[in-house]
Write a protein that binds this ligand. Structure first.
Ligand SMILES: [Fe+2]
Length: 344
């Protein structure tokens, strides 16, 4: 059976709220309801949705603030704004801020399925078109960005290539689509590009970072996503970069997203990134073995990492270890040339 389309409905007016939710459930949609801006904001941080339908006037703020948050998280999700028919300026503003469509009150419930399907299909089509352009833009982008990063921190470059390799293996085992595999691998290569914007004294510090320094270092996720996000066709890559340090329990950064609300590729990247950091030398400690690193990842399943993905990653590492034992030995021997780094 096809997975149901999951709708987040943000509407404070009780009668309308119940009528829409009831109609959606009867028409085989999954409907999660929120009546305030704060409830809706926490819902998008904790769950993944296929589409958001949101009233503009909410008791504790505006639906446009939710739209801003969703677009700030770089979620490429259809966002339909509900507003009163006479408020044309509001509709224009919503569209300018990234809304995909609008519904004017009063509207017929029977039109909802068409609006939902239309917006989801339009997003799919947009992504499909973007993906075609992506490949050529991509090679140029990678070259210039990686060259810039290598000039600043050669450790990151070596690290990113290794992270990309495990990300590719994960993508294959998870049977991701060709496009998703490509996006994941590209995100893995570029995930730490934001370190370009972090001062050298923080990046290369040999002792533990002070609180303020750690706060600055964490900015690499936002800086990286802004750099890559300048390219329209790479919005999905930018989102993965932004969220590669989110934690499964919601205690990560920069947005404190939790569980499935974190894009799948970002959850994968968090695991392969951490693993590669542990098996690499740092200034304050030598690298750990593959087995020790894997154990550390397993110990953090369910808190830092997606437990289902950790199980798959363990299988990937085990089979990869047998296949490339010889190759890994050669990589280990050359590791002394890699400058160590704080794991940020
Ligand atoms: Fe990072």
């Amino acid at each position: 059976m096809d997975k149901k389309i999951k709708v987040l409905l943000v509407e404070d007016e009780n009668v309308t709220h119940h009528a829409i939710c009831k109609f959606l459930l009867m028409n085989e949609y999954e409907c999660i309801g929120a009546k305030t801006l704060s409830d809706a904001t926490s819902a998008v941080k904790n769950e993944a949705f296929d589409i958001i339908i949101c009233d503009v006037m909410l008791p504790d703020g505006s639906g446009l603030q939710l739209l801003d948050s969703v677009r700030k998280f770089l979620f490429n999700i259809p966002f339909v704004v509900i507003t009163a028919s006479e408020k044309k300026r509001l509709i224009q503003e919503a569209l300018a801020r990234g809304a995909s469509d609008f519904l004017t009150k009063p509207f017929h419930l029977k039109n909802l399925p068409t609006i939902i399907e239309r917006n989801i299909e339009r997003k799919k089509l947009e992504n499909f078109k973007n993906n075609h352009k992506k490949a050529s833009v991509l090679l140029k982008a990678i070259k210039s960005l990686i060259t810039a990063l290598e000039a600043k921190d050669s450790y990151t470059s070596g690290h990113s290539v290794k992270v990309a390799r495990h990300a590719r293996l994960m993508g294959e085992v998870l049977c991701l689509s060709k496009n998703d595999k490509f996006t994941l691998e590209l995100s893995a290569i570029l995930h730490d590009i934001g370190k370009i914007g972090i001062p050298d004294n923080i990046l290369h510090k040999t002792s533990s970072l002070l609180e303020m320094e750690y706060k600055t270092a964490k900015e690499h996720t936002v800086i990286g996503s802004k750099i890559v996000g300048k390219i329209d066709e790479l919005q999905d890559v930018a989102a993965i970069i932004r969220h590669h340090h989110e934690r499964y329990d919601g205690k990560g950064y920069p947005d404190g997203l939790r569980g499935d609300a974190i894009p799948l590729s970002a959850r994968i990247l968090a695991i392969v990134d951490a693993y590669e950091s542990i098996v690499s030398d740092r200034v304050y400690r030598k690298h750990k073995s593959s087995e020790e690193a894997l154990q550390e990842i397993i110990n953090n399943a369910g808190t830092q990492f997606d437990p289902a993905l950790v199980m798959i990653f363990a299988d990937v590492i085990h089979s990869d270890f047998h296949e490339s034992k010889h190759k890994l030995r050669i990589e280990d021997e050359s590791k002394d040339n890699i400058p160590a780094n704080n794991n940020i």
